[in-house]
Design a protein around this ligand. Structure first.
Ligand code: A3P
Length: 287
C-alpha cells in the first residue's frame, strides 16, 4: 500500500487527496445545528445518489442547486478538507454526507436534534462497485485481481475499514427516532416511495407531484448526464472515466456477474459470521 495515498485514522484507511488529520479533527469538533441532516454511507453505497436527492428534499424540489453546484460542494463530506472553507456560507437546513462510523461523528451530534439517514447496500455490490472505482480513481492503489481486492475488502484494508464494522456501528446509536435506515436496493425498487419516506422523516410534507419530480430527476440516466453529479468535472489525472465511469451500472445484483459460486459462498459466510447477533434483515437476504 502506498503510504502517501492514505492516512490511518482510528484504524481506518482514509484518502489523503481529500482528507487531512486537521479535517478529521474538524469533523469531530464540528458544531452540529439542530436542523442539520447527515446522510451516512459506507463508500459505494449510494452517497452521490443521496447528494442529489437530499437538496431537493430540503428545498422542495428546486433543481437549481443540483444543476449548478457540484455534488461535493452541494452536500459536502463532513470529514473532507473542503467543508471548512465554505460552511459559514451554507444556508440552513444544511445537508452533509459522511463515511464516518458513529463513534467518530461530531461529539455535538448526540445532544442536537439533527437527523441521520443511514444507507446500506448489499456488500457484494459494494465490493464490485469499489473494485471498479479503484481502477478509475488514480489517487487510490490499484485493486489487483478481483479475488485480491475481495480479500482486502473483507479484512477492512480498504477506505473506511470493514463494511460489517460500519454497519454495526450505526445500529448502536443513541439517536432514537432521529435516525432512518434505508437501503440502495429500496431506492432501486421504488424511488418515489423511498423519497416519500425520507420526506416524511425530515418533516418536509412534500406533495406527490414534488416527490415524483425528485424521483424523476434522480434516476440513474439523468444523473449520468448531469455534469454536476457525474464527476466529469474532476481532472483525468484524479479520475479516469475511460477505465470505468463513476456512475457505472447503477443496478442491484451486479455481483452475480463477477463472483464465482465459491467466491460468493466464502464471502457471504464471512459477512454472515461477522453480523451474527445483529438480526438485521436486508432486501438482498431473500435473493
Ligand atoms: P455502481 O458502481 O454499482 O454502478 P457512491 O456514490 O457511494 O460512491 O456509490 C456509487 C454507486 O452508486 C455506483 O454504483 C453508482 O453507479 C451508483 N449510483 C449513483 N447514482 C445512482 C442512481 N441515480 N441510481 C442508481 N445507482 C446510482
Amino acid at each position: 500500500m502506498s503510504s502517501d495515498r492514505y492516512l490511518l485514522y482510528h484504524g481506518l484507511l482514509i484518502s489523503t487527496v481529500t482528507h487531512t488529520t486537521e479535517s478529521l479533527k474538524y469533523a469531530r469538533a464540528f458544531p452540529v445545528e439542530d436542523t442539520d441532516v447527515f446522510v451516512v454511507t459506507y463508500p459505494k453505497s449510494g452517497t452521490t445518489w443521496m447528494q442529489e436527492i437530499l437538496p431537493l428534499l430540503l428545498n422542495g424540489g428546486d433543481l437549481t442547486p443540483v444543476q449548478s453546484i457540484p455534488n461535493w460542494d452541494r452536500v459536502p463530506w463532513l470529514e473532507e478538507t473542503r467543508v471548512a472553507k465554505f460552511v459559514d456560507r451554507f444556508a440552513s437546513p444544511r445537508g452533509f454526507v459522511t463515511h464516518l462510523p458513529y463513534h467518530l461523528m461530531p461529539t455535538s451530534l448526540q445532544n442536537s436534534k439533527a437527523k441521520v439517514i443511514y444507507v446500506t447496500r448489499n456488500p457484494k455490490d459494494v465490493m464490485v462497485s469499489s473494485y471498479y472505482f479503484h481502477q478509475m480513481a488514480c489517487f487510490l492503489d490499484d485493486p489487483g485481481t478481483f479475488q485480491e481486492f475481495s480479500d482486502k475488502f473483507l479484512k477492512g484494508q480498504v477506505l473506511f475499514g470493514k463494511w460489517t464494522d460500519h454497519v454495526k456501528s450505526w445500529r448502536h446509536t443513541e439517536l432514537g427516532d432521529r435516525i432512518l435506515y434505508t437501503t440502495y436496493e429500496e431506492m432501486i425498487q421504488d424511488l418515489p416511495g423511498a423519497v416519500r419516506r425520507y420526506s416524511d422523516f425530515l418533516g418536509r410534507n412534500l406533495s406527490e407531484e414534488v416527490i415524483q419530480k425528485i424521483a424523476d430527476h434522480c434516476c440513474f440516466d439523468k444523473m449520468k448526464t448531469n455534469r454536476m453529479s457525474n464527476y466529469s468535472l474532476v481532472p483525468g489525472e484524479f479520475m479516469d472515466s475511460s477505465k470505468s465511469p463513476f456512475l457505472r451500472k447503477g443496478i442491484a445484483g451486479d455481483w452475480k456477474n463477477h463472483f464465482t459460486p465459491e467466491q460468493e459462498a466464502s464471502f457471504s459466510a464471512i459477512i454472515r459470521k461477522e453480523m451474527e447477533g445483529e438480526e438485521l434483515v436486508f432486501p438482498w437476504h431473500s435473493e
